[in-house]
Ligand binder design. Structure first.
Ligand SMILES: NC(=O)c1ccc[n+]([C@@H]2O[C@H](COP(=O)([O-])OP(=O)(O)OC[C@H]3O[C@@H](n4cnc5c(N)ncnc54)[C@H](O)[C@@H]3O)[C@@H](O)[C@H]2O)c1
Length: 393
């Protein structure tokens, strides 16, 4: 008797194709991404299944322990080996910013798909090189601006695109932290590369405002020009790698105004010196008919004010984004039960795999993320020269 070979059918009746991941860096983002790859097929019906093929970092013992903890099949200590491996389909860049370009270029040259952490690059010039390389190679790519995929933020996008807010007048965003206030905190090295301009490119502008800018461009369209001020409150810190007291070259705080192409005004602020705030990312959009607000500390809620409501009950509504007709939520629990931070990364993987299946790009692509880089560069140069700067097209 001939028995037909039955392909593996997932519980969601979808034929699985393996997508072998090679992840470079196993820190904070390495964990969020590994979790996302592990979870995505449990919740989203997809043809592709990420396989944790290899993880890479320089310390052999630590990377082995990470691989065991998360279920990676193999380890490498040199990222160049990972990008050259024939059994890897996609390279995931989870390293400090100064390595993004070199790894992305090598990955593209080897025909690998690339998922790159934000910010895309140290500056616009590097970003342009990366876009050119990735587009020349024609490989699928995305940049992990994950806050777009908090369901309440995706719902904000749907509401804005539906025209419910009418003409937009104001876009406001903050990203506030307080972890670098101590002058005793050194700069550079493993945990503190964000304070070292050579590894990070910039301070809060590239680290935190880049998120706010990406979301703003997505929700409210392009930014035409900016006027910024930055401050470095602690001017010198000991450098972990040299042991010397060295000048601090990153921006500790940044505030900027901007015009959007749609005629609205933008106001952005970020700092690591707002005592009491750990990761307060908030955004607010004010339109002719309605306004909306979002707060990362309460990320499943969207605050909504509709001027069209009956006068006597008109007021801000707190929408608990957990119903099955709200973005991403039909894939999770039952209406009323919320999800969290890690799910934004699971959503990005789900969208990347779905886009792959459909032969479409997954936003933000390298080219789209380059727009954020251009705004970041204009912000830094505006602050330096105390002048308005037009965003390069
Ligand atoms: N999307 C987000 O919300 C978000 C949040 C945090 C960080 N990030 C971005 O993710 C990237 C990584 O940040 P993080 O917080 O995970 O940093 P981290 O310091 O926690 O981890 C960095 C990792 O890179 C590894 N690494 C450094 N140099 C390496 C090399 N030469 N070869 C191989 N591995 C190397 C380190 O061993 C470490 O595992 C940065 O670009 C950062 O801006 C994004």
């Amino acid at each position: 008797m001939v028995v037909a070979r039955i392909p593996f059918i997932s519980p969601m009746n979808v034929i699985m194709k393996n997508l072998n991941i090679g992840m470079i860096g196993y820190g904070f983002m390495g964990r969020t991404h590994s979790n996302a790859y592990s979870q995505v097929n449990h919740f989203f019906p997809l043809k592709y299944k990420p396989v944790l093929k290899a993880v890479c970092a320089r310390d052999a013992e630590k990377v082995r322990s990470f691989a065991d903890q998360w279920g990676y099949e193999s380890v490498e200590t040199d990222w160049r080996k990972v990008v050259e491996r024939k059994d890897i389909d996609a390279i995931d860049i989870c390293t400090p910013n100064n390595l993004h370009k070199e790894i992305a270029l090598a990955a593209a040259a080897n025909g690998k798909m690339v998922l790159c952490e934000k910010p895309l690059s140290m500056n616009t010039a590097e970003g342009e090189e990366m876009v050119a390389a990735i587009e020349r190679a024609g490989v699928p790519n995305t940049v992990w601006y994950n806050y777009r995929r908090a369901p309440a933020v995706t719902l904000a996008k749907q509401l804005i695109d539906s025209g419910k807010l009418g003409r937009i007048f104001h876009y406001r965003a903050n990203f506030l932290q307080d972890w670098t206030i101590s002058a005793d905190l050194p700069q550079g090295g493993a945990a503190l590369w964000r304070l070292d301009a050579a590894a990070a490119g910039s301070g809060v502008t590239g680290d935190l405002l880049a998120h706010c800018i990406d979301t703003a461009l997505w929700l409210n369209g392009s930014i035409t020009d900016v006027s910024a001020m930055t401050e470095t409150f602690i001017k010198e810190r000991k450098h972990t790698l040299t042991g010397q007291i060295e000048k601090v070259s990153i921006d500790d705080a940044c505030t900027f105004f901007c015009h959007f192409k749609n005629g609205s005004l933008g106001l952005f602020e970020s700092t690591r010196y707002a005592r009491g705030h750990k990761a307060l990312y908030t955004l607010e959009v004010n339109g002719e008919h309605a306004s909306l607000k979002w707060d990362l500390h309460d990320l499943h809620r969207l605050q909504w004010f509709d001027h069209g409501d009956e006068g006597i009950v008109r007021g801000w509504r707190s929408v608990h984004v957990s119903d099955s007709d709200q973005p991403y939520m039909k894939n999770w629990w039952v209406p009323g039960l919320q999800i969290g931070y890690e799910h934004t990364f699971i959503h990005q993987v789900a969208d990347f795999l779905k886009a792959l299946e459909e032969g479409k790009p997954c936003s933000p692509t390298f080219r789209e993320a380059l727009e954020t880089q251009k705004v970041c560069d204009a912000v830094i140069s505006s602050a330096k020269e105390r002048a308005w700067k037009t965003i390069a097209s």
